[in-house]
Write a protein that binds this ligand. Structure first.
Ligand code: 5BU
Length: 271
């Protein structure tokens, strides 16, 4: 397999290839903190979310949330998360996976008890409804400097986002332009070689290969960053699931940060 040209560039040198402020900030943070690690905080109350943020925030370039699982979500919590994102220097990614027509996603993104666009720098959407979903989301997010990823592939066993579907997702992003759509959730570098710079974020990561009982499949940071050419590893239970509280989580996050960064440094040395 040939080496994809994007994988030979440093994160820092890719900042100028993006116009979207969230994409630029993410690449700057990655370079500054030497971290391509996103922690996925999938716990169900705000105190626990914030405890994990305090523990691992300094190790990550991004914090991923599922706001709809947090039973006591409030705008005060969102403000606190934003405050931490400035203090500890990370991007907030709400893994909302929008999947409806443009008009509906406008409201889902902007309104309701979560008001996602008001605090999440980055969110994501399924391409299944067609390009109207991008039009809808960008009408809310673009004026705020937010960014969107399309789900080009998924990590779970038997998922339908493969082959032609993934190619059409790429095409949809290309046609929408890179002002608002800045990349993909994907398992490998799915963008064609001569294209613009797209960000590839990859869930389903563990320090050892494996899975869970509900179809999740794990690959190592090295597989994802070095072999598959992705940009960001997304790790949930591998970090917040360790026993021993805040210090243990921090130590585990540091293991992932180091593994992801070493794989990236190794990939830069290839020709
Ligand atoms: P885990 O605990 O590291 O397995 O959590 C993975 C997180 O990434 C979890 O929040 C999922 O909802 C999310 N995820 C995923 O696992 N696979 C996918 O294809 C997508 C998101 Br898209």
């Amino acid at each position: 397999m040939s080496v994809h040209p994007t994988t030979l560039k440093t994160y820092g040198s890719r900042v100028s290839l993006h116009s979207n402020p969230t994409a630029k900030r993410l690449l700057e943070i990655m370079e500054r903190k030497q971290s391509n690690l996103c922690v996925s905080i999938d716990v169900t109350n705000t105190a626990e979310v914030l405890e994990i943020v305090r523990g691992v925030g300094s190790k990550v370039c991004m914090v991923k949330t599922h706001a709809d699982i947090i039973s006591d979500f409030s705008s005060a919590f969102a403000d606190e998360l934003v405050r931490f994102s400035k203090e500890l220097d990370f991007i907030i990614f709400e893994d909302r996976k929008f999947a409806d027509i443009g008009n509906t996603v406008v409201h889902q993104y902007q309104s309701g008890p979560l008001a996602i666009a008001s605090w999440a720098h980055l969110t994501n959407a399924h391409p299944i409804p067609g390009p109207g979903i991008i039009t809808g989301l960008s009408s809310v997010g673009l004026p705020l400097g937010r960014a969107l990823l399309l789900l080009g592939e998924m990590s779970s066993k038997g998922n339908l986002a493969t082959g032609e579907y993934t190619k059409k997702t790429m095409q949809m992003a290309k046609e929408a332009g890179r002002e608002f759509v800045v990349g993909f959730i994907a398992m490998s570098r799915v963008d064609p070689e001569e294209e613009e710079d797209w960000l590839m974020l990859t869930p389903g990561v563990g320090l050892v290969q494996g899975g869970d009982k509900m179809g999740q499949q794990y690959r190592t940071p090295r597989d994802v960053i070095l072999d598959s050419g992705c940009d960001v590893i997304i790790v949930g239970r591998g970090i917040y699931g360790v026993k021993g509280g805040k210090d243990a989580m921090e130590a585990e996050a540091e293991k992932y940060r180091r593994a992801g960064w070493e794989a990236y440094e190794e990939r830069l040395k290839r020709t």
